[in-house]
Design a protein around this ligand. Structure first.
Ligand code: FAD
Length: 565
């Protein structure tokens, strides 16, 4: 009777000896106030491993009620007792969860029917938990023949909330689709200590894979706030971005091979470990980011780079977005190969992070600043990297690009600075009325969108003490041109929504941005896809879907606006 595990924490980083020399050196040369030592910060590692669902969970509205225009496809069969018998002939008894009111009830299925943000709630009556690729193949083949719709589900952390487009709930049913959970496909299959290629089951939790390769001196080139719960298969299927993308690039580059069960049950055995393979189309790319609509990923081979021996993190206060850009420009120049993350957020995000994020959130500065930047370096030489970061920060300070800053002096401080950044994401998942967007834009105009939307809401009397909107805030992975824009409201209001959408999409389209930078399309973005993709592109995607899944059983109602492909 437990909800699936969710541990919001960063994995172990790379403890390095606390050295105060660098800090002292900077203090000697400037009145820079980063002498604060952050010993008392909360470590997110204390997050509970398992969370009991509360009866209040049932108050999450059914997705089918929230989206009444989406109708159940009548071509799909309803699950019968014969179907259950077949599933039980393939899987061990504990691998078939059925809401029959006897062995399991709605409460037992809740964690599979509801997303992490408690925004979506499906009506699935059956959850299947295969342990092998062959079992997945048999189940999917049967479902295809019987026209039973399927939702592949990993860690169920897919992001964005009900008033927001994105993949949240992408792994949750809408009607009575069967949930195929990959959580029992959780074995590391192989690791090559020379090349760093790890091959694992799709249901391996990201953090577990990272810990496994860490013991062998490597690092998974992907890191998310949800790493304690999300699974490699889910990461691949959402093409998750996260905070290491700046250094290691996207999964389109790191994934070397995939094993996938197609919607008709055939197994694509593509677990290549090759970096170079130009024999025809690179089919694995189709599955990366396809959000479970083209098949179930069962195995992944991933290129993992050597784990950096030294990691540093600094947080600075900045006066304007222009100065944030200057700091980024200088980071690329001064830190170059050791720059591994460059994150920014505004004062509004800091406010909500403090109010709604981790309970022990503690800002390192006495003063508030309009913007904050977190810079991380990772390299192979502690002394060299520390020196480089110090010179970079000194340069920024002397040129007036930053106002204040702190540098983590040990592992705890390192984790604590990152937990401030991660609190921002947690705040946007808090149970308060919000509209949330995940946009890619050219860096020079990225923050203009926040300011223009704010001005627009003020102009229409929607924002301020009397209006329904409290604030419009922005944070994100500036190194990747990725803005997470959130509108915090006192209540949800159709007038507010009509001022935000399609304005935000039109604005993004004008600057050739993407309306779904890293969270995907899911249920809600489908009708807005046209702002980032041409009709020819959308048509081609629909043709691919139709070819690979002619019966449309694989994660129906997601990604495409029409379900008649
Ligand atoms: C606190 C927090 C922070 C986050 N930070 C980030 C971030 O920085 N960057 C980012 O990109 N995302 C972020 N996310 C979103 C989310 O964690 C990622 O999208 C993650 O990759 C989803 O993985 P999952 O295993 O939870 O997938 P699920 O949520 O279970 O599924 C997501 C989608 O993938 C499909 N799917 C899952 N597994 C498979 C499979 N094996 N085969 C085929 N399809 C499958 C599902 O059908 C669904 O459409 C964050 C989420 C949280 C809660």
């Amino acid at each position: 009777m437990f909800l699936s595990k969710l541990i919001l924490r960063r994995g172990p980083t790379f403890p390095r000896p606390a050295t105060f020399a660098h800090l002292h050196r900077i203090q000697r040369t400037s009145p820079y106030s980063h002498q604060k030592i952050l010993y008392s910060f909360y470590s997110t590692k204390t997050a509970p491993a398992e969370v009991e669902p509360e009866r209040a969970d049932y108050q999450v509205p059914y997705t089918s009620d929230s989206f009444p225009h989406i109708k159940r496809n009548p071509a799909f069969k309803k699950v019968t007792s014969q179907d259950i018998q077949y599933f039980k002939s393939i899987l061990a008894p504990e691998g078939v969860l059925v809401n029959d009111g006897v062995r399991a009830d709605e409460y037992d299925l809740l964690s599979y029917n509801q997303d992490w943000f408690r925004s979506f709630r499906g009506k699935s009556q059956v959850v299947l938990k295969p342990r092998t690729t062959e079992q997945v193949s048999k189940l999917v083949s049967y479902c295809n023949a019987e026209r039973l719709a399927i939702v592949p589900q990993g860690g169920n952390t897919g992001a964005v909330v009900i008033n927001s487009p994105g993949n949240i709930g992408g792994g949750v049913a809408i009607f009575d689709e069967i949930v195929v959970s990959t959580s029992n496909l959780n074995q590391i299959r192989e690791f090559d200590s020379v090349t760093g290629v790890v091959t694992c089951d799709a249901g391996c939790i990201l953090e577990n894979v990272d810990n496994y390769v860490a013991e062998r001196g490597y690092i998974v080139p992907l890191d998310l706030g949800s790493k304690g719960s999300c699974q490699i298969g889910g990461n691949v299927s959402t093409n998750a971005g996260g905070i290491r993308l700046l250094k290691y690039g996207s999964l389109h580059g790191s994934v070397l091979g995939l094993e996938v069960v197609l919607p008709d049950g055939r197994i694509v055995d593509g677990l290549s470990k090759l970096r170079k393979d130009n024999t025809g189309y690179d089919l694995k790319q189709l599955f990366i980011g396809s959000e479970g609509t083209l098949g179930i990923v069962t195995g992944v081979s991933l290129q993992t780079p050597k784990r950096p021996k030294a990691m540093n993190v600094a947080m600075v206060g900045v006066e304007s977005y222009e100065k944030v850009q200057n700091a980024f420009h200088r980071a690329k120049e001064d830190l170059s190969e050791i720059l591994s993350a460059f994150e920014f957020w505004d004062s509004g995000s800091m406010h909500y992070g403090k109010a709604l994020g981790s309970k022990n959130f503690k800002a390192p500065f006495e003063k508030d600043y309009p913007f904050y930047v977190l810079v991380e370096t990772s390299g192979s030489n502690e002394e060299h990297d520390t020196e480089k970061l110090g010179c970079y920060l000194e340069g920024l300070f002397e040129n007036g690009h930053i106002e204040d800053g702190v540098i983590a002096q040990d592992h705890t401080q390192y984790t604590n600075l990152w937990s401030i950044r991660e609190s921002l994401g947690e705040a946007c998942g808090a149970p308060v009325p919000i509209y949330k967007y995940d946009i890619s834009l050219p860096v020079p105009v990225l923050y203009d969108l926040v300011e223009e939307l704010r001005a627009r809401l003020v102009e229409h009397g929607m924002m301020g003490p009397q209006g329904p909107v409290s604030d419009v805030v922005g944070f994100g992975h500036i190194g990747d041109g990725n803005l997470h824009l959130t509108v915090f409201a006192k209540e949800l209001d159709s007038k507010v929504k009509s001022l935000i959408e399609p304005f935000i999409y039109e604005w993004t389209s004008k600057y050739h941005g993407s309306i779904a930078a890293e969270h995907g399309i899911g249920l809600k973005n489908s009708k807005f896809i046209k702002y980032s993709k041409s009709p020819t592109q959308v048509n081609l995607m629909e043709q691919i879907k139709k070819t690979m899944d002619p019966n449309g059983i694989m994660n129906p109602y997601k990604v495409f606006a029409t379900h008649d492909y």
